[in-house]
Design a protein around this ligand. Structure first.
Ligand code: ADP
Length: 192
């Protein structure tokens, strides 16, 4: 079954190991099971193809986000719910993408560095501490937290389901608001 839906981009930002992929995949599963059209742009996968060759300087990180944002924008305007999971450490480029896309929810997946490091899901923190990886976010590269995210998931304090529920309810609220705007727009057009 395919249902009527407005496109939007849900952008998960946070440190490596904060829980972006885990929450994003659970949200994807839930939305798909309800019949929504969803696409996931996962930072790690994107860096294997769309942004292959880009490194981890500020310029390259910004270009990585700009390209992901471009694809997210195309999908969003074609009615897809786009879930982006990427560290995206710089505030300015996140805001640039937000303004380009318009229908945008920023999810700050927040766990203290200490917790992310203890989890060390991919063993990357250990390597970064050993100096084997340079420019690693949180260790020797900056992370600028969102100042006004639509959602903040404290994954050190809440369980996965709590984080997922928060994101889903914000998507639902946002979706209702944009449908309302669309309806108002149609009423306005009818009057002309
Ligand atoms: P990221 O994509 O941000 O690098 P991952 O999702 O790959 O992070 O890893 C996060 C880890 O934290 C996983 O092992 C996950 O099981 C764990 N975790 C613990 N609590 C939570 C939570 N509330 N939300 C998401 N992940 C959690």
């Amino acid at each position: 079954m395919q249902i009527q839906q407005n496109g939007m981009t849900v952008w998960f930002t946070g440190l490596s190991g904060a829980g972006k992929t885990t929450i994003c995949r659970a949200v994807e599963q839930s939305l798909r099971s309800q019949g929504y059209r969803v696409e996931v742009l996962d930072g790690d996968i994107v860096r294997e193809n769309l942004t292959k060759g880009l490194g981890f300087s500020k310029a390259d990180r910004d270009e990585n986000i700009r390209r992901i944002g471009f694809v997210a924008h195309l999908l969003t305007r074609n009615g897809v719910i786009v879930l982006v999971s990427a560290i995206s450490p710089y505030r300015e480029i996140r805001n640039e993408v937000r303004h380009k896309i318009g229908n945008f929810i920023e999810v700050y997946v927040n766990a203290p560095l200490k917790v992310c490091e203890e989890r060390d899901v991919k063993g990357l923190y250990k390597r970064a501490r050993a100096g084997e990886i340079k420019n690693f976010t949180g260790i020797d590269d900056p992370y600028e937290p969102p100042t006004q995210p639509e959602v903040e998931c404290r994954t050190d304090k809440e369980n996965l389901q709590e984080s997922v529920d928060q994101v889903l309810s914000t998507i639902q609220k946002h979706s209702l608001e944009s449908q309302f705007q669309l309806m108002n727009h149609e009423v306005y057009e009818e009057k002309i």
